[in-house]
Write a protein that binds this ligand. Structure first.
Ligand SMILES: Cc1cc2nc3c(=O)[nH]c(=O)nc-3n(C[C@H](O)[C@H](O)[C@H](O)COP(=O)(O)OP(=O)(O)OC[C@H]3O[C@@H](n4cnc5c(N)ncnc54)[C@H](O)[C@@H]3O)c2cc1C
Length: 379
């Protein structure tokens, strides 16, 4: 196992200070290793995640070689050849587990942001004190965007949040964590072969969730109540002006509708499984409140905004893969972790790799078992 940094490197160096997992502690499971502390319904801080993963590396006796950066992977006559910072290596099979979130996914319009406005990505952001005083435009309203908009607003700055397609979820439903429902009702276990539009499922934005000791719901209603201004999806930046799409009302209605449908499936599951008695009665949530009017363009050069935070997602970095296995969008072409265009190459740790839960830490156990079985049969 080659790791360019330290064990749990992404959690040590690529996350903001206040981040906690949005998955509850009981869900932090690795093969044979799970949370055993006093707060199974809490959410780990980054320090706790680092400790959890480091401990797993220790007890599993994983043969990790830290500080070894892989700079190239090429095919050779009998397998693969790696170029690394510790010299060349040869192998018959390779598992690419280099992560799905190595780089920020920043739209091309960023190039048109006027000089003088600081641009920050979630990989550079640590806390509000690093931002200049003044207004902040946060682009993107998924888990990262809503969390950063909330934190920056609490620092006293004016925050405008540009909202595109998003997934709305309550933190708790019928008295249980919403992710308990996903787990219990089998949504997480849905296989990649059973998903209608797999490409779309793999690109779906993360849900608007935050892990806090108070288990708060951080949806757009919570943000507007805190004074965050909502605008539409950032469509372009032209002549120093940010232009936003209209249709906020429709986008909110769609997210509300999809959340309602998911809650319906939970209710149906509880009814059919006879579990209604274990949980509180069904509940429905206030629709997302649309602002009476929303700005569709903002002059960026007036000094109103000092910072833009690009909470527009993450992408993997495969520049070191010198094999024809990456598509035009920069994603690895694979069939449930089997990289078909390069026999003997496998992938793990990517969104909806083999199941819906593959996107999350607890998804690795089942995926690894399947992928390693294929690999072992091949060897
Ligand atoms: C902001 C954020 C919040 C998240 N919150 C949650 C959550 O609450 N719950 C949850 O379950 N999941 C969460 N996730 C998803 C979670 O990060 C992934 O499920 C998990 O990290 C996947 O683990 P991994 O080891 O595959 O990838 P990573 O954790 O990304 O690890 C990949 C490793 O590969 C190393 N590497 C990369 N390239 C090379 C190279 N060329 N040579 C050598 N080493 C290399 C990197 O240094 C890194 O250590 C979150 C992700 C992000 C970005």
């Amino acid at each position: 196992m080659l790791e360019r940094g330290q064990v749990a490197n992404s959690w040590r160096h690529e996350r903001w200070d206040s981040l906690r997992l949005l998955t509850p502690n009981w869900q932090s499971r690795l093969p044979g290793h799970h949370y055993e502390g006093p707060d199974p319904d809490g959410y780990m801080t980054m320090g706790e995640v680092v400790e959890f993963i480091s401990r797993f590396a220790l007890v599993s006796q994983a043969p990790v070689r830290t500080g070894v950066n892989v700079t190239a992977l090429n095919a050779s006559s009998d397998g693969y050849e790696l170029t690394t910072s510790a010299g060349p290596l040869r192998c018959r099979t390779v598992v690419i587990a280099s992560g799905a979130c190595n780089a920020p996914s920043v739209p091309a319009v960023a190039a048109a942001v006027p000089a003088g406005i600081v641009q920050v990505t979630p990989l550079d952001y640590r806390n509000p004190s690093q931002l200049p005083e003044g207004g902040v435009l946060v682009v993107g309203a998924s888990a990262t965007g809503v969390q950063l908009a909330d934190e920056i607003r609490r620092s006293g700055r004016a925050v405008t949040l540009s909202v595109g397609e998003h997934v709305r979820l309550p933190r708790t439903y019928r008295g249980r964590d919403v992710l308990w429902w996903m787990d219990a009702s089998g949504v997480w276990d849905q296989r990649y072969t059973e998903i209608d539009d797999l490409t779309r499922a793999r690109r779906l934005p993360s849900p608007q969730l935050v892990g806090t000791p108070e288990r708060v719901t951080l949806d757009l209603n919570a943000l507007t109540a805190d004074g965050v201004e909502l605008v539409g999806r950032l469509a372009a930046i032209r002549d120093g002006r940010a232009l936003f799409s209209g249709g906020l009302v429709n986008m909110f209605a769609l997210a509300d509708l999809k959340m309602g449908r998911l809650l319906d499936t939970f209710d149906q599951w509880a009814r059919e499984q006879g579990r209604d008695g274990e949980v509180a009665p069904p509940e429905r949530f206030e629709p997302t409140r649309a602002p009476a009017t929303s700005r569709w363009q903002i002059e960026l050069g007036t000094g109103e905004f000092k910072t833009i935070v690009w909470a527009t997602g993450f992408r993997p970095d495969y520049r070191w893969l010198e094999l024809p296995v990456v598509d035009e969008k920069g994603c690895l072409r694979h069939d449930g972790g089997v990289v078909t265009d390069a026999p003997g190459v496998y992938a793990l740790g990517l969104p909806v790799l083999r199941r819906r839960k593959s996107t999350f830490i607890h998804g690795i156990e089942d995926d690894a078992r399947d992928v390693v079985q294929h690999l072992a049969e091949r060897l």
